[in-house]
Ligand binder design. Sequence first.
Ligand code: XIL
Length: 600
Amino acid sequence: MPVKRLLVFCVLLLLPTLQTSAQTADYSLRDLATANDLYIGTAAWAYHLDDETHQRIVYDFFNMLTPEHEAKFCVVQNREAVFDFRAMDRIVNFAESLDLVPRGHTLLWHQCEGAWLTGQDLSRDQAIDFMRDHIYTVVGRYKGRIAMWDVVNEAIDGSRRRQTQWQQWIGDDWIDLAFQFAHEADPDALLFYNDYGAEGLNAKSDAVYELVSGMVERGVPIHGVGLQMHITAGATRDTGSLPPEALAANMQRLGELGLDIHITEMDVNYRSDTTDTILQRQAADYRRVLEVCLDSEYCKAFITWGVTGRYSWLRGRDDGNPNVEPLLFDNDYSPQPAYFAILDLLARRAGFEPVLSDAEVTRMMGEPPPPQIVIPPPSMSDPDQLAPDPVPGLVYYAPTNVTITLDGETDDWANVPRVSVDEALYMPDDAPTAFDFAVAADNTHLYFLAEVRDGSIVQGLHPTSDWWQEDGVEFYLNTTSNLEANAYAPGIVQIGILAANITGPETPLIGGGNSADAQVEVVAIETEEGYLIEAAVPLETDVWNIEPDHEGVLGFQAHLNSASVQDRDAKMIWSLHDTEDQSYANPSLFGQLIFWDVTS
Ligand code: XIL
């Protein structure tokens, strides 16, 4: 600890603790982190530092600083061989002048690699030369000044290698080479692989584990894994998609490979209005993640993706909540409950007076689970209908022994119950959308119908990895006996079916977790109002054997993605449990599909 800091720290220890209302002055978050042997960091764009309040919070509260965008390929080398380090230098100089450790983020990321490079037809050797040159120049410039780099960002998509341009030009060893080059450029720098959605135990974190353990085995100079931690409020509850035990177990297995763990980009999103309840839930998430980090001998840094909601990247996204407060400080730089939650934990862990009372902590951490919803007994309002009425957002009764042909015609669906989803999680006023769906089975297949009202079909504009950015419907199934499962496993699938299937491709255009397992067949047609999708999945595949017995239950969910111009700007969700668009991560948020044999 530098002398100046040490003095501040000693003074702080002598201060009496104040009441919780004035807390920012009680302890220094930064010094408490240091006392816990932890880096506490934040990310900033250089221009955020034009704002003095912002500057002050960065150096008052944090001891590590990540450039939010400035070190990326498309910024530093947006034209071939023309390097521009002005913005990056500002961040690094600022950090150094105030004893903040600058963190290098990131050398290679598929979303920001310079238009001049994208789409080029390169040989393996040419691509390796470009990569080496970029990494040598960037890491070399900050040699001895930037002590840790996220070398490769987000190279796993689902549970497989992302088909990045480097992957295509160079092949599987592109990641090893990138680390090798970074190591050659600065042999003392610690080198990280960084990704999102790989925090807990799931198919993606297994894939990341495999990637980095292979690298360790091959002697590639990798020193750590960055867990981005872009999560949604409530994720770390035991019933959420990131239970603390899973995070701890993942850190443990990565740590045992000899790797450090950094929480690199934490923010906690939500779709609802900003209420006390949601902020308490969010604070609990921050605290649980920090707690797991402090408990792990491998977790060395806890970094939030920005300081204030004002500049959060989550607000700016097409599908973002424009008012979300996902960080430790709110739009006006007031500390949020999450700030006090982590300050208190750091204080307690370092043996200082708590910041929050035990009662406040209990209230924060013990928010009761949502009330159990009671499903009414089946009832049939229309005698011609082949199954009982759907229970909105909870149960869909799917008739069995129905004859359906995949032909884009709906006459065979006539008496199958229909659900209209017209409430959106978000949707532009000038481009409304809605959809109806129905599900039925015969003795070989499960059939889905979706009729979408959509004034502008956006299709074919995105790479397959971003399939959900454009128009399409998603059906989800949990065919396992564990309908409470909160992570994807074999037999649980998200089947995103794109409107782009209208073009009649040979293999259906689909996406989503485990979707390849579903062997889905699709017919899509444009209609007067929008488009229609009919799809079938076999009752028996390599991974499941669905028996459509009367009253048999599957986990089931239906979503609509809609883009009116380019990226998704509307989302509609059938199941009531999924209020945050988390079904892709957490199948316990599905509703139920109950088979109904009208002859029984
Ligand atoms: C984001 C920044 O927050 C945005 O301001 C920028 O426009 C795009 O990049 N995962 C990452 C980060 O690793 O680099 C991304 O940062 C957010 C997702």
